[in-house]
Write a protein that binds this ligand. Structure first.
Ligand code: GDP
Ligand code: IMO
Ligand code: MG
Length: 466
């Protein structure tokens, strides 16, 4: 399919400064107020890049779930920012970045991130808000996670070891401690002492107890409380008041649909709702106010940690894709498992999130390939399977059916005009678009802000322009 393109020019990448190519449809879509950006695979799709790009046109950027298991790398010129708990919108000084109630916060990690951003000259003081309802990660969370991840005979998930799962466990079991309680000099000491003693006994019984001093940890967290206090607010109220005043909100997804606690490859996933529903519960904003949802997918697939991955490429082929894509985890540095684009998986993710548009990243990573397999269907025990099985053990047995697409003979890296992509690359995008029945509104051709194609007339163009 031939389509138009928008060329990102200047370093600030203002879409008002874009040159327009041929159009897919002459009239831009109506612009709605609020936008969500979500990962569709197993994370690391390049959400941070699109959020940073789109943030220019929104007043507020809010993170809704996950914690410092997320790692979003954003490149702005020579600078490389690695964000984990702070929303990627923080890089634009006039925006408000909100850490919503659905996020689990390790205060030490958050303060470290704040300090690093300050040191890099990023304005924080008036730009960051932290929900008083967000739950906190304490030292016993990673300690207990080590037990579940290292006990022989127990199912290992390959987590990021940040205590995210145990913290969400406590939240759901109604024994968590939230930011508001941390700030209460009256409530916090008593609550922390009783929970910490209980956790320590559990850790001892499991044989994973480490030497730690409850009173020392209490004082440490009281210190964190004073540093965080200026940023803490009822962020649900702030977001709803702001929307009422006509402000536009960008919802920042972390992790991705296949890591979603309900819809992902259970139990090999994270402990929050990383698909569209989690954005509402994690921010306090009604689904009626979530207007457009843009999904982000790589032009191939990756996964970190354990769990089934139907199109995984083992051996030298997988190594070559990893090297071409620089596929090493931002948080843990682990090599990412690599494989081919999976149409049934993307159809499933599209169905759950009801996407307005799809942004395909890292097309340049495929430049070296002569042919590119794309998974167009699954077979399970000899029969075709057209939907994602609920059981991971079944999904692990699925055999992908591939269509070989021709590669392209020249680099796509840095191309900003869709029409300038090699013919075979345009065909590749058109094939994905037709197979998924959702517009591919943009294609990323490199890590930089300006290495981006936004297709004219697309919903994506409408939501990332003023
Ligand atoms: P996120 O977790 O979804 O925000 O993604 P990550 O930041 O963890 O991983 C994506 C990586 O790919 C980052 O290092 C980005 O700088 C990089 N990246 C994003 N888009 C592109 C692209 O189009 N081409 C290339 N080569 N790298 C990209
Ligand atoms: P972003 O936002 C990729 C994976 C871990 C592990 C599983 C559970 O950067 O896309 P957890 O520590 O959450 O209990 O680990 O989920 N995982 C991610 N993989 N990107 C992420 O975030 C991830 N966050 C968690 O590798 O397999
Ligand atoms: Mg990441």
């Amino acid at each position: 399919m031939e389509s138009g393109a928008v060329v990102l020019t200047g370093s600030n990448c203002s879409l008002s400064s874009l040159q327009l190519g041929d159009t897919r449809s002459a009239t831009p879509q109506p612009l709605m107020s609020n936008l969500a950006v979500l990962g569709l695979q197993w994370g690391d799709e390049g959400k941070g890049k699109l959020i940073d790009l789109a943030a220019e046109h929104y007043d507020i950027v809010v993170r809704c779930q996950g914690g410092n298991n997320a790692g979003h790398t954003v490149r702005v010129g020579e600078e490389v920012y690695k964000l984990s708990l702070v929303p990627s919108g923080i890089l634009r000084s006039e925006k408000t970045a909100v850490v919503g109630n659905g996020v689990v916060i390790n205060p030490e990690a958050l303060l470290h991130e704040i300090d690093s951003l300050r040191a890099a000259g990023v304005s924080i003081e008036k730009n960051l808000l932290i929900s008083n309802r967000a739950h906190l990660v304490f030292p016993y969370h990673p300690m207990l996670e080590r037990s579940s991840e290292s006990t022989p005979g127990k199912r290992k998930i390959g987590t990021t070891s940040r205590g995210i799962g145990p913290c969400y466990e406590d939240k759901v079991a109604r024994r968590g401690i939230r930011v508001a309680e941390l700030l209460s000099t009256e409530l916090f000491p008593q609550r922390f002492r009783s929970i910490a003693e209980e956790k320590f006994s559990v850790a001892e019984a499991l044989g994973v107890a480490e030497q730690w001093d409850v009173e020392g940890a209490l004082q440490l967290y009281q210190g964190y409380a004073e540093r965080l206090r200026p940023f803490v607010a009822d962020t649900g109220k702030f977001l709803n008041d702001s929307i009422r005043q006509g402000k536009r909100v960008l919802f920042e997804g972390a992790q991705a649909t296949m890591l979603d606690i309900d819809f992902g490859t259970y139990p090999y996933l994270t402990s929050s709702n990383a698909s569209a529903g989690g954005l509402c519960t994690g921010s306090g904003v009604s689904p009626r106010l979530l207007h457009e949802i843009v999904g982000v997918s790589k032009a191939y697939a990756t996964r970190v940690g354990e769990g089934p991955f139907a199109t995984e490429l083992h051996g030298p082929g997988g190594d070559a894709l990893r090297e071409s894509g620089g596929e090493y985890g931002t948080v843990t540095g682990r090599p990412r498992r690599c494989g081919w684009f999976d149409i049934p998986l993307l159809r499933y993710a599209h169905s759950i999130n009801h996407l307005s548009s799809l942004f395909v990243t890292k097309i340049d990573v495929l430049d070296y390939l002569e042919t590119i397999p794309v998974c167009v269907g699954y077979r399970y025990r000899g029969s075709p399977l057209d939907w994602m099985p609920a059981i991971s053990e079944e999904y692990a047995e699925v055999e992908p059916v591939y269509k070989e697409m021709p590669g392209w003979d020249r680099p796509t890296s840095g191309i900003t005009d869709f029409d300038r992509l090699p013919r075979a690359a345009k065909d590749y995008i058109a094939f994905l678009e037709d197979s998924l029945d959702v517009e591919i509104g943009g294609v990323s051709t490199g890590p930089e802000r300006e290495q981006t194609i936004i297709r004219q007339g697309s919903v994506l163009e409408a939501v990332v322009s003023a």
